[in-house]
Design a protein around this ligand. Structure first.
Ligand SMILES: Cc1ncc(COP(=O)(O)O)c(C=O)c1O
Length: 391
């Protein structure tokens, strides 16, 4: 901690906890104290910690080939792309390293698509309260002033509209719109799902104005909502033109992706985009293993997620300091009438790791292997802490 204070950029407000190792849904600090992990590295450690099948694959592949660059083929990018295309209903994949980098690629796709139609077609629509990452393009479409203000001017032509307001969405579209980016469940913004009607309208408007509909599933996707992608929860499914994801995709190794239909994919021609690290053999092989395990876990994500949601609703029924419970699957938020920061610290002291977003929303992103018994443990701690808030 002392070294970090002296030598690191002071951009993070870390909790006073030094983690040493993990096993399943538990983490251990350097003193050997155990914590139940209900945040999983902000939605990354989908299989918890030290999952035997992931450890085995990492060990094996690390001894064979970790990185090869995108100058050459390796054995795993093609199969992973095929798998993701089949899961998503889209046509082609690009591999990046992080969520923000995947968003950058998707924004380039939208700009290039617009430019192919008209030099003026570069406006983007994004949602107020949305979050898409920290690089300049992703920041430009992040609908929270606090993240953007120190870095302006950003990419021009971005219009922000309130989520779930169909009239505002209709008013924002024009012939100049090249794309719209949205999170099906806003994550950093406080676990706010979009309504199916709103998403369907966004699809229709994107079609009418020939703009790309981009779903940022970095936080809400890849199994967490109880479906492969959050857009697949609606019936009928409204298919985006472009999907980006990252966090859980390779269980903690950096890997993100862009998936696109023919229209989106056509916007990126040879030489127009690339990355040195993205889609390396180690990350891709781990991801393939993860997706196999994900299929086995999907019923449990749905049932344990439902159980967790019901338990949180029960708490909300008892304590009026809880304003609302929101989310789907294993992406849940508990909106308090008071700031949540102290609850996070108190939970940590009680051996439970959660976090707070948007000031008042306790956010839960447990690993997909979480059990009902572990949910009971977490809810017991939360009940005790919320009771204190009431007093
Ligand atoms: C919806 C969404 N998009 C993009 C990002 C940025 O991802 P990364 O931190 O991997 O760059 C995040 C991160 O929280 C996110 O939640």
């Amino acid at each position: 901690m002392d070294l970090e204070r002296d030598y690191l950029l002071q951009n993070y407000a870390r909790y006073p906890l030094v983690l040493a190792r993990g096993k399943g849904c538990y983490l251990y600090d350097t003193e050997g104290r155990r914590y139940l992990d209900f945040i999983s590295g902000i939605g990354v450690n989908a299989l918890g910690h030290a999952h035997p099948r992931i450890v085995k694959v990492i060990r094996e592949q690390a001894g064979l080939l970790i990185h090869s660059s995108n100058l050459y083929y390796h054995q795993y990018q093609g199969p992973l792309a095929k798998r993701l295309v089949e899961m998503s209903g889209l046509k082609r994949a690009f591999f990046a390293n992080t969520g923000t980098e995947a968003v950058e690629g998707a924004l380039k796709m939208a700009h290039s698509h617009g430019r192919s139609l008209s030099p003026d077609k570069f406006d983007l629509i994004a949602l107020e309260n949305g979050f898409h990452g920290r690089t300049m393009g992703a920041l430009s479409v992040t609908g929270q002033e606090k993240y953007r203000r120190d870095f302006e001017p950003l990419v021009p032509g971005v219009k922000f509209v309130p989520a779930n307001d169909v009239a505002a969405l209709e008013a924002a579209f024009s012939d100049r719109t090249c794309g719209i980016i949205l999170e099906m469940i806003q994550g950093e913004g406080g676990i706010y799902p979009l309504t199916p009607e709103y998403v369907a309208r966004a699809r229709a408007l994107a079609d009418r104005y020939n703009a790309l509909l981009i779903a940022d599933e970095t936080q809400c996707g890849v199994g967490r909502p109880g479906t492969y992608f959050a857009y697949q929860r609606a019936t009928p499914v409204v298919l985006p033109d472009v999907v980006v994801a990252a966090k859980p995709v390779a269980c903690g190794l950096p890997l993100g992706f862009i998936l696109a239909n023919d229209k989106g994919a056509a916007a990126i021609k040879p030489g127009m985009h690339g990355t040195t690290f993205g889609g390396g053999p180690l990350a891709c092989r781990v991801s393939l293993e993860f997706l196999e395990i994900l299929d086995e876990l999907m019923p449990s994500i749905q049932s344990v997620g439902g159980y967790f949601h019901a338990s949180l609703n029960e708490l909300a029924g008892k304590y009026s300091v809880i304003k609302e419970v929101r989310g789907f699957g294993l992406m849940l938020g508990l909106d308090l009438a008071v700031p949540g920061k102290q609850v996070v610290l108190d939970a940590m002291a009680d051996g439970l790791l959660i976090n707070c977003t948007h000031d008042t929303v306790l956010r839960f992103l447990p690993p997909y292997i979480v059990t009902e018994k572990q949910v009971d443990q977490a809810v017991k701690v939360l009940g005790k802490l919320v009771e204190k808030l009431k007093a």
